[in-house]
Ligand binder design. Structure first.
Ligand SMILES: Cc1cc2nc3c(=O)[nH]c(=O)nc-3n(C[C@H](O)[C@H](O)[C@H](O)COP(=O)(O)OP(=O)(O)OC[C@H]3O[C@@H](n4cnc5c(N)ncnc54)[C@H](O)[C@@H]3O)c2cc1C
Length: 405
């Protein structure tokens, strides 16, 4: 294992840290105000300050790091990207979109770059890479247990030069944002085929007749209005050209698998940044306030939380770096077990750290005056997003048992 950061990474880390200090952190109060206004006015527009941050990030050459294998577009290796994604996670609402490295667009851009036709790339990938539009990925359905993607029921039926789409989706991240211009939709083209060959993926532009954005879902009371929420969608006789299919009929499951490996580790990298911010806040708050005659930081139990947080964080970071290094050296398939391990470990560890940071803040930690409660809700969702913990544990245990049977 060789995790030492190379000169390119060290240079980018320095520039990224400068961008955070000079531009991103100072923009947080404005963003908070704009997001609160969105709640009050029931608007799903992305806070305008993010456009300013994007322009500045682009100018500084901090753009599209996630696109492994495409250095011409700014893409880095997974190991190079890991510390940069972590730094962006310290301001989780602002920095990832500022550098055009936010989910779900990153996964969608990977899909288009791997499986898209020249025409699809021109129409959708180019504006996504330029940060001009955003996109969403629609797989989960309200009516079936969607952790098992073979359950998906939305139908995609060929009719001449078109496909006709009918069905429902929910939890579609980013879809409330009016600038989310295209959906990658997974459905069934052949329900009679072998279980993993029934599904296909298709591009559906937002303005297609019959596509209805029904409502935004709430996450423990938060709407995630900073990044376009999570929408319920209804498709009623939605017609798109046959050329909108991604890959061939029956390849949807394979495309979904290819999409999820990098996406899962990117969440982990950013979540480590979330946890670092929480530790910083915990230490600062504990040092500022006095209870029962001494600073809260001098209470043994608080020191225990701070020490445990540091130990857990270092363990998490090392496993993330090992996974990134494996993805770069033996490929996403070869790193499958580690991707699952880090996907399982990260949310539960970061939840633990956030819980302690909230406790140190007293009741204020649960309130809108600090970002901790919203960060907690966001991290909690990662135990479902990209598949629930239990599914990953099952699969990891299966691989482990295989060694001894
Ligand atoms: C904030 C957020 C954003 C999301 N964004 C998107 C998005 O952009 N696009 C999208 O398509 N989806 C998205 N999702 C949906 C997410 O991918 C699904 O919630 C997830 O795949 C689980 O599917 P489900 O909710 O239907 O749970 P179900 O499949 O109904 O599972 C329920 C529970 O059953 C248990 N279970 C299931 N399988 C097993 C097993 N093999 N072993 C043991 N227990 C098991 C688990 O405890 C699981 O939590 C998002 C979810 C959230 C919360």
């Amino acid at each position: 294992m060789e995790f030492a950061f190379d000169a390119t990474t060290r240079d980018l880390m320095e520039r990224m840290n400068a961008f955070m200090d000079e531009v991103v952190y100072p923009a947080e109060p404005t963003a908070h105000e704009q997001i609160q206004r969105n709640y009050a006015e029931d608007s799903w527009e992305i806070p305008p300050v993010i456009e300013d941050l994007k322009a500045e990030a682009k100018k500084r050459g901090l753009w599209n790091f996630f696109l492994a294998g495409h250095p011409d577009q700014g893409g880095l290796t997974n190991l190079q990207y890991a510390p940069l994604a972590e730094i962006s996670g310290r301001s989780i609402q602002l920095a990832p979109p500022a550098i055009n490295c936010a989910a779900p667009d990153t996964g969608n851009m990977e899909v288009l770059s791997m499986f898209g036709t020249d025409e699809q790339k021109k129409q959708w990938l180019e504006p996504l890479l330029a940060g001009e539009i955003r996109s969403a990925f629609a797989m989960t359905e309200p009516d079936v247990a969607s952790s098992d993607a073979t359950n998906i029921e939305l139908s995609i039926v060929r009719d001449g030069d078109e496909y006709v789409i009918n069905g429902r989706k929910w939890w579609i991240t980013g879809a409330m944002n009016p600038n989310c211009k295209v959906f990658i939709v997974m459905g069934k083209t052949d329900p009679t085929a072998e279980r993993h060959r029934q599904q296909s993926m298709i591009l559906v532009p937002r303005d297609t007749p019959g596509l209805e954005v029904v409502r935004g879902m709430h996450v423990m009371g938060f709407h995630d209005r900073d990044h376009g929420g999570h929408a319920e969608l209804r498709f009623t006789d939605v017609r798109v050209p046959a050329s909108n299919l991604i890959g061939n009929e029956g390849e949807g499951f394979a495309v979904a698998q290819a999409r999820l490996g990098p996406g899962r580790i990117h969440h982990c990298m950013r979540s480590i940044g979330v946890a670092e911010r929480a530790v910083q806040m915990m230490c600062e708050r504990a040092s500022e306030r006095v209870a029962f005659g001494k600073p809260i930081a001098d209470q043994g139990v608080v020191r225990d939380w701070i020490a445990e947080s540091r130990v857990k964080l270092e363990q998490l970071r090392l496993l993330t770096l090992k996974t990134a290094w494996l993805m770069d050296t033996v490929g996403n398939k070869g790193a499958h077990t580690e991707i699952q391990a880090i996907k399982i470990a990260t949310p539960q560890t970061v939840e633990w750290i956030l819980d302690k940071a909230i406790q140190v803040h007293g009741a204020g930690g649960l309130s809108q005056d600090f970002p901790l409660a919203e960060m907690f809700a966001g991290i909690r969702t990662l135990r479902f997003a990209d598949g629930p913990d239990e599914v990953h544990k099952n699969s990891l245990a299966r691989a482990e048992l295989k060694k001894y049977r």
